[in-house]
Ligand binder design. Structure first.
Ligand code: PHE
Ligand code: NA
Length: 501
């Protein structure tokens, strides 16, 4: 017999899990720097436009597909759009496998740095400490040597994630989010309030919010806004399809969608305020402008700039612990959502139990993650795969999903009807136009621009052969994996476990 599909206990559980997925490293280390570099306060205009015209509409598309067709990405998209749909679903699952393998590594770093905060282990050269003592990053990208300071927290993160996943949607994923998300919000609020009282905080905020309206004429700024919204909402790579498939039959879909979208953006703004208040303090200490600081985003911001700031701050130890603790919690709840996409998909197709999927397949991913990234060559590969998975993989997946669902199968009216029948906030023609027309145009432009740039200029000065193998090779493996998984035989009889009528 086919077991009944698992379900969230209610709206709050779903919303917290969806916010847990959306609020991740991107909110804390990506948004502030991206906004600053793309017009400061003026960036909020393209950002809001991107949120309203593409972010929320595609978030609702994901919810509608997952709920109406009630399955993991491959199953739901197969029901929506046949075998090609299933293939796109598996492509999304493959993206999640790649992301899971390196995302966990960043969490592991955050855990190590949480511990290091207490004795400011990085001393007075945090950058040297990070690449040297901590990662022992080799100059040669291909050497393999285990790094215990990364390996141990990495194993720990995998064990935690797989145990939560193995415990199920309600007793694992939902429960973890119900505990961690409020904890994250409270901890982060304390951090931001503290940052606001640092000397120089106001100059930092001025730098962040001062609008440069001329930026609005630059298409690159609009691309940055749409890319940030896409990454930040975790849309178009299976996550929201999967989470929506666990909602009860009669569920309001669009109201929680708005709560999740605005909740995520609020957290992003809050992070912008906290990060720039802190950077303002640092610039003030050094007697320089914000502009003169290096590394305002990503790995550099979190593991080089922040440790340096913390070392100079009165009470820096607990400020650092709060920051790295927040990074770890935000990342862990996102990781759970990525892994659930994979677990859900293999269960639907191959009829595995949750334990088999979580511990078996999850365990295999953990081994890959440890072999690739518990070693000295981790940093370069991580950075490269991250760039290709996000800028090529996810964008391509979004376009493909829209094309097969909205254009080939013309499911737009069915899906908007489904959302509206259940929800207080109704969607109709405007939604269909935004999803079917505006989104693919914008996304197509972004994808082509990115591919051209990667081919013409490479990435971060890494050797072309290396980028071919690790960057383009990853995308190729995602496509091949999707083809193989689509052609495998269904072990699970889905006639008995139907989509909602
Ligand atoms: N949305 C997350 C963020 O803003 C990113 C994420 C990436 C989530 C991959 C899940 C998977 O950081
Ligand atoms: Na986010």
């Amino acid at each position: 017999a086919v077991p009944a599909r698992e379900q969230w206990t209610g709206q709050v559980g779903f919303i917290l899990a969806a916010i847990g997925s959306a609020v991740g490293l991107g909110n804390i280390w990506r948004f502030p720097g991206v906004a600053y570099e793309n017009g400061g306060g003026a960036f909020l205009i393209p950002y809001l436009v991107a949120l309203l015209t593409a972010g929320i509409p595609i978030l609702l598309l994901d919810y509608a597909i997952g709920h109406r067709f009630r399955g993991s990405a491959p199953l739901a998209l197969r029901r929506a759009a046949g075998r090609v749909g299933e293939g796109i679903g598996w492509f999304q699952v493959m993206i999640c496998m790649f992301i899971a393998v390196y995302y966990t590594v960043v969490l592991a770093w955050a855990i190590s740095y949480f511990v290091y905060s207490f004795d400011l282990r990085w001393g007075d050269d945090p950058t040297g400490f990070f690449v040297g003592d901590f990662l022992r990053a080799a100059d040669e990208p291909f050497t393999l040597e285990f790094v215990p300071a990364v390996l141990i927290p990495l194993l720990l993160m995998w064990v935690v994630a797989l145990v939560v996943l193995g415990a199920g949607v309600v007793r694992g994923v939902q429960r973890a989010n119900v505990v961690f998300i409020p904890l994250l919000v409270i901890g982060f609020l304390v951090l931001v309030v503290r940052a606001l009282f640092l000397p120089g905080a106001v100059e930092g905020l001025n730098a962040f919010f001062t609008p440069d309206f001329s930026a609005l004429a630059d298409p690159g700024v609009w691309i940055a806004a749409y890319s940030q919204i896409f990454f930040s909402l975790s849309i178009a790579f299976g996550i929201m399809i999967t989470y929506a498939s666990y909602r009860r039959r009669r569920s309001n879909l669009s109201t929680p969608g708005l709560v999740v979208a605005f909740g995520n953006s609020s957290f992003e703004l809050l992070a912008g305020i906290g990060v720039f208040a802190t950077l303002g303090f640092f610039a003030f200490q050094q007697g320089v402008g914000i502009d003169d600081l290096e590394s305002l985003t990503g790995v550099g911001l979190s593991f080089m700039t922040f440790p340096a700031i913390v070392a100079e701050m009165p009470g820096g130890a607990w400020f650092g612990a709060l920051f790295f603790g927040a990074l770890a919690l935000a990342g862990l709840t996102s990781l759970l959502s990525i892994l659930e996409v994979i677990v859900s998909a293999v269960r639907d197709k191959f009829g595995l139990t949750r334990a088999q999927a979580a511990y078996g397949l999850g365990g295999a991913l953990a081994v890959v993650s440890v072999l690739l990234f518990g070693t000295t060559s981790g940093l370069t590969a991580l950075d490269t795969i991250d760039n290709w998975a996000n800028n090529v993989g996810i964008v391509a997946s979004a376009i493909a999903t829209i094309v097969v669902v909205m254009w080939v199968r013309r499911a737009g009216a069915e899906l908007s009807g489904h959302v509206s029948a259940l929800s207080t906030f109704k969607v109709g023609r405007t939604w269909r136009l935004l999803v079917a027309l505006l989104a693919p145009v914008v996304l197509g432009y972004i994808l082509i621009a990115k591919i051209v740039e990667l081919i013409a200029n490479g990435y971060e000065g890494y050797p072309a052969l290396y980028l071919g193998i690790v960057g383009w090779g990853s995308v190729l493996v995602m496509v091949l994996g999707a083809i193989v998984l689509t052609s495998a035989r269904w072990r699970h009889d889905h006639a008995k476990f139907e989509a909602w009528p």
